[in-house]
Design a protein. Structure first.
Length: 293
């Protein structure tokens, strides 16, 4: 389909009229659009087929479609339909009129605690649902979290996501881990930085938890900590930690002096080694947000 200079007059398959350009990437553009028959506002992601194939992203696009079709949740952007021509692929999606959480944060600098808690709870609910469907987003950041007209959070952009039973070979290996490093370096967990200088062996398991082995800081057996870290803004992070292994005074001192301060404005929930194992689910995390560091 020939691209017209006036995007306001461009029709997609005679069904959607493209309007304002909302964002663009290497091989895709996202427009606000309206359904011709009803006037309903939608978002249309337009991908250039040649650019997708040249960049080797064809399988990732197929994975993104698979993910959005299997994940139907109030806090996940909905895929209404997908269409294609010889040169273009069109994702017709739910339109989030509130824009990116990143833009809202840039305006406010920081959110009031009740607002941050609300966003966090909605994010946790969406993440848990995705994991229950074997979907791992792998690029959660404020730019990929949208807000609808009511201010509810919507997870978007599953372009880097992995499927437990995904295409192109099984991405989740026998050890229950995803082994591909991906995401946005600027907001990847501070734990990875700390690991390099403090002899910590850190692994991300299939539930999205971090398994951290203390190495030289653990002299009475192995200390393993399960932690789940989620960022609702660059300076607002929540961690649910559960110690499930041994212990040592050395590690406790390291935790108190270096690990906890390095993670910034963080809310901690800590359980001792004698505590029964509990799943790191949204209810537990919601309770953690009411605690102080």
């Amino acid at each position: 389909m020939a691209m017209k200079k006036n995007q306001d007059s461009q029709l997609v398959m005679g069904r959607y009229r493209l309007g304002q350009l909302l964002g663009s990437g290497n091989f895709a553009k996202v427009y606000k659009a309206h359904k011709v028959a009803t006037g309903e506002a939608v978002a249309v992601k337009v991908l250039d087929k040649d650019a997708v194939h040249r960049s080797g992203m064809a399988e990732k696009v197929k994975t993104e479609v698979d993910v959005m079709r299997r994940v139907r949740h109030p806090n996940v952007v909905r895929l209404h339909e997908m269409m294609a021509t010889r040169s273009k692929i069109y994702f017709v999606m739910e339109y989030a009129s509130g824009g990116e959480l990143f833009a809202r944060l840039a305006q406010s600098t920081r959110f009031p605690e009740p607002v941050a808690r609300r966003y966090f709870q909605q994010l946790m609910t969406a993440v848990e649902f995705c994991h229950s469907r074997g979907v791992y987003h792998r690029d959660l950041k404020p730019e990929n979290l949208l807000l609808d007209a009511r201010g509810d959070l919507k997870v978007s952009d599953f372009g880097l996501s992995a499927l437990q039973d995904g295409r192109g070979g099984r991405q989740l290996r026998g050890d229950g881990l995803l082994h591909t490093a991906c995401g946005t370096p600027a907001i990847m967990s501070k734990l990875e930085e700390i690991a390099e200088t403090r002899n910590l062996d850190i692994k991300l398991n299939k539930r999205g938890r971090v398994e951290m082995e203390g190495g030289q800081y653990c002299r009475r057996g192995t200390l393993v900590i399960e932690a789940e870290i989620f960022e609702v803004a660059p300076s607002v992070r929540v961690v649910e930690m559960r110690k499930i292994g041994g212990d040592s005074p050395e590690f406790r001192e390291f935790y108190r002096q270096e690990l906890k301060p390095s993670l910034g404005d963080i809310v901690w929930s800590w359980q001792g080694s004698d505590s029964p194992p509990t799943p790191l689910l949204p209810p537990a995390l919601r309770q953690a947000t009411n605690q102080r560091p």
